[in-house]
Design a protein around this ligand. Structure first.
Ligand code: GLN
Length: 477
């Protein structure tokens, strides 16, 4: 059976009307993944046996006349930094090569309860640090649209798995753009929810004050479905806020939303192609009577520097617990404990991870703490204030997701700063904690030779509904 043009919603209907079984679906997606992923490497592991058992359980339910949830039987992929009981979770690092989750993370539990079928675990930059998946200890993922190009990162495997049609939805994590940037590069929808909307319990932490889990899908509607399933207050993550609904805005309400265009998002290194495309999106929406306003986010120029102090500080703290003894012991011939730490952490972490641990340790060290870390926290506040001011005038902010389309392998690995710059438009939303979504400008077909472009919608805290409304309106055009 061919499910190429299906979405979560349409496939759910086929299951309910018994046009196909969950097993038919799982077989088809597994087969595609097993044959075609050899060229892409979206997956670190494909779960044939387990996925078929999950599908059979859904078929049993349908047979016994029980009603099923929207995600039952739907093929999903998980980034390999999310814990599921008894299953490997490497975070793309050698230092966790043999680690297995000892419990289900909250998002995993919610998807299991919904009956999702987990096709496999996706590749990522080590500990989610990177913008291309070139930092994975297990080799890079390729962009399904052009295998000479990166898929973006760090959730490059999740983005590629959806773009290549191996699954209908995938979860990623976004600390500075790791869902939105690969979504833009691979032509999928990617949502970073409001900080505190989705539980981080069971997510291997990168930078805890910035990390959020969110979905990759083919359509905005499907992103809404996945988000509704994973969001919500969780006693196991004290930063989750409360249970809020995500209402559907009607046509009239959507048209009364005011959209802001930040002038700072159309400078600094943006390619003409991306700029013209994103301005084209605004023109299309204007045709729908959406009101636009030019706005300013004056501290945007400091976002990258601010992020590259706060993030490594948190990374160095979070990764301090890993010594490589239990889950990927690499060096055996050591004379004492200190040497063991040195050698195992030196060999177990990749270059970019070590760079960030060093940076983070430095900015937190006594004597430098106030000059760097405290200062960066103050700048973070100013960046958050920019959004607060802007959101007094507009409901949603529209701009590019990335300055360019997907770049080639090796193009930016020698110059870390050029790599960091690919997140210039995504980082502010993490610093401010507001929700943001990348939407592909059209339906990009793998094999058409075109490189995707995405535009970004940023909303008020806990107003994912506004992003979905504008995103769905744009899709309907
Ligand atoms: N690319 C950014 C970085 O390297 C963002 C990573 C992320 O969002 N996990 O830090």
């Amino acid at each position: 059976m061919n499910f190429e043009n299906e979405t979560i919603e349409s496939l759910h209907e086929k299951l309910v009307s018994k046009e196909c079984s969950a097993r038919d679906i799982a077989e088809a997606f597994l087969e595609k993944a097993e044959t075609e992923d050899k060229n892409i490497h979206a997956f670190l592991r494909i779960r044939r046996k387990e996925a078929l058992a999950e599908a059979d359980a859904v078929d049993e339910k349908i047979k016994s006349g029980e009603s099923i949830s929207m995600l039952a039987g739907i093929p999903i992929a998980l980034k390999d930094n999310m814990l599921a009981i008894g299953e490997q979770a490497t975070a793309g690092s050698k230092i966790l090569e043999t680690y297995k989750g000892s419990y289900d993370g909250t998002v995993v539990k919610k998807l299991k309860d919904a009956g999702a079928v987990f096709i496999g675990r996706t590749n990522l930059d080590e500990f989610a640090m990177g913008s291309s998946t070139e930092n994975s200890a297990f080799g890079p993922t390729k962009n399904p649209h052009d295998i000479t190009k990166v898929p973006g990162g760090s959730s490059g495997g999740s983005a590629a798995s959806v773009a290549a049609g191996f699954v209908l939805g995938a979860l990623g994590s976004d600390t500075g753009g790791s869902i939105r940037q690969p979504a833009a590069f691979c032509g999928t929808v990617g949502l970073k929810p409001t900080y505190g909307a989705v539980s981080r319990f069971g997510l291997i932490a990168m930078a805890s004050s910035l990390d959020q889990i969110g979905p990759f899908t083919k359509t905005v509607r499907d992103a809404r479905i996945l988000f509704e399933t994973i969001k919500g207050k969780d006693g196991r993550d004290a930063t989750t806020s409360f249970d809020y609904g995500v209402e559907s805005l009607d046509e009239q309400e959507t048209k009364s939303l005011v959209v802001g265009i930040p002038k700072e998002f159309f400078i600094s290194g943006i390619s003409k192609e991306v700029e013209d495309t994103v301005r084209g999106v605004a023109e299309k929406l204007k045709g729908q009577k959406i009101v636009f306003k030019e706005i300013s986010l004056p501290h945007t120029q400091y976002a990258l520097s601010c992020y590259y102090i706060i993030m490594p500080a948190e990374v160095s703290s979070n990764l301090a617990r890993l010594e490589g003894i239990r889950y990927g012991r690499i060096v055996h011939d050591v004379n004492n404990l200190k040497e063991l730490y040195f050698k195992n952490r030196g060999a177990g972490f990749g270059k970019e991870t070590r760079r960030r641990i060093l940076l983070g340790t430095f900015v937190l060290s006594s004597g430098y703490y106030d000059a760097y870390y405290t200062k960066a926290q103050k700048v973070r506040r100013l960046i958050a204030n920019d959004f607060e001011e802007a959101f007094k005038k507009v409901d949603v902010i529209l701009g590019p997701t990335t300055p360019t389309t997907a770049f080639g392998f090796g193009e930016k690995t020698k110059d870390p700063v050029s790599m960091y710059l690919s997140d210039i438009f995504t980082i502010s939303a993490n610093l401010a904690g507001v929700p943001a979504m990348s939407v592909p400008v059209k339906k990009y077909k793998v094999g058409s030779g075109e490189l995707p472009i995405g535009f970004q919608l940023i909303g008020k805290h806990f107003r994912e509904a506004d992003l979905f409304a504008i995103g769905e309106l744009y899709e309907s055009l």
